[in-house]
Design a protein around this ligand. Sequence first.
Ligand SMILES: Nc1ncnc2c1ncn2[C@@H]1O[C@H](COP(=O)(O)OP(=O)(O)OP(=O)(O)O)[C@@H](O)[C@H]1O
Length: 600
Amino acid sequence: MAPSSKQPMSGLRTVKRDFSSSSIPTASQESASTDADAIPWSATPPKKKLTGLEQRLKDIQDALNGQIVSSEKVLASKPFASQLQPPMQKRPSSSQDPPAKRRQLPSSWNDPAAYNSRPAYPTASSAGNFGSTRQANRAYQPPPLIVAADSKNGAVSKPAPVFLSQEQTHILKLVQERQSLFYTGSAGTGKSVLLREIIKTLRRKHSKSPDAVAVTASTGIAACNIGGVTIHSFAGIGLGIESAEQLVSKIKKNKKASARWLRTQVLIIDEVSMVEGDLFDKLARIGSMMRKKVEPFGGIQVIVTGDFFQLPPVMKGSGNVKFAFEADMWSQTIKKTFNLTKVFRQRDPEFVDMLNEMRFGRLSEKSSQKFKDLSREIIYEDGLGATELFPRREDVERSNAVRMSVISTEEKVYLASDGGMITDQQHRDKMLANFMAPQRLALKLGAQVMLIKNMDETLVNGTMGKIVDFVDPSAAPVADDDHSGVKPGSKGPKETKKASSGIRWPLVEFLQPGGGRRRVMVQPETWKVELPNGEVQVSRTQMPLILAWAMSIHKSQGQTLERVKVDLAKVFEKGQAYVALSRATSLDGLQVLNFDPTKV
Ligand SMILES: Nc1ncnc2c1ncn2[C@@H]1O[C@H](COP(=O)(O)OP(=O)(O)OP(=O)(O)O)[C@@H](O)[C@H]1O
């Protein structure tokens, strides 16, 4: 254990401008302040060959001592030397989509006649699934969320627009100016939210050439979370073990991969901490060769994000990990580096500091004690318990199964409808496993569930609820909107067929911010992995719910949870403790058993 510091251990909060205290600026405040009150964002200084444990520790020490004068300086001097393993496991980028677009119920929403004009719904019962896979996927358009007739709150509320912070706005602006950059930040600083805004903005900008924007990530799960593909899949390099020259001739034999390299104008790479340095170099060179331009990546704008304190690249065989920032082409490619400093997930500065201490592996006695004090039992009087996070999937499944088994009512099973162009079963299964939605979802009355899609302002990915009924969809009205929570692909006309009899959809009572409840009949949603040209590799249509008495730490990455329980005795891998604890929004909603400072 490192000695405690008297300085606020968050360190990174020490910026010239204080982003941490106030609430998010309004849109008008944002625009007003952008130019007149600009932060001194300067370009990353040219890369110096700074490696070694001492430099690394000095950088971190400087950060902890509050010597960061701008939020990008901490990275400007290449602080992530190879000698230290990042101390924590990376969440895949969040599935915290920005809130969905405005959703309005049609004027006829409470008109009984309208009950007959709802979208057709593929078979979903205790025996069926959502219809035959590929076909269903083409014909079936997931309908929008329905507010049940007995909803306590009435109509779906107006979604909140995303107001990016000044830091986030600045980065978005540079992205629009075609700058190649890297941005990072600790858990909950809005990296994923910003990335989603970046993707949305770039797609809008390049709407006439949709394959100009390539959205990729280092892993399948991370790629799924942002609606992209793995960097390997984008590049058409298979495992990517050959030399850059050999890979180029391989790509040239693949028309689609070649076209991607030629048409891409912006390449987004998420979870870069897991991209190996040599791979980064190869990609940069492949880009040059494919596009016949000397610049790295052949001049493609490259937007990179992730957190090098989190999961490192998977190494084949022994040898030192080489991070992407250690690649020869990194500094030639990445012109600016930013560190997001405002933590959104947790509002309590004490909690933010405790988590930052964990992030740097320098937990003070005080914080250790505070974490130990969190072992108390928390009773939630509304009947919704905490989600217990486990490192192993088996424990999650067992825990949820035990809770389900004590409920004696009938089980309703929803089988997913899977589609997409990939025919190789193994490959399909691997990609489908990256979706949060399970192939088979079994629910019962009283089951604790979590919403895994953003619906509107108060129904977001991570909202907890309880199944209170299974209802006939024909007994509820349909919202007539563009259903922005669903990924592109829902292009067909709204269908008006009557749902098959016998179908029952889950009516969920969701817990709302501030303690209110909201009853909503949940309908299936579609998740997709698409190539930049719009080709759907795999897709899954399923209820946007998962059982939520327990969840794996791996799946919890990227989530924001109000009630969390973690038994650290079960944590076995570096970084798991940080990821698990940093999901909680407050100390009040966090129970920690067997806290052991050596685990963090
Ligand atoms: N500009 C913003 N305004 C309001 N809330 C925001 C903003 N940016 C992020 N948030 C909220 O902060 C929380 C964390 O955001 P996000 O998941 O993007 O962080 P992250 O840096 O990707 O975290 P992690 O690394 O833990 O996954 C989410 O609840 C998100 O809605």
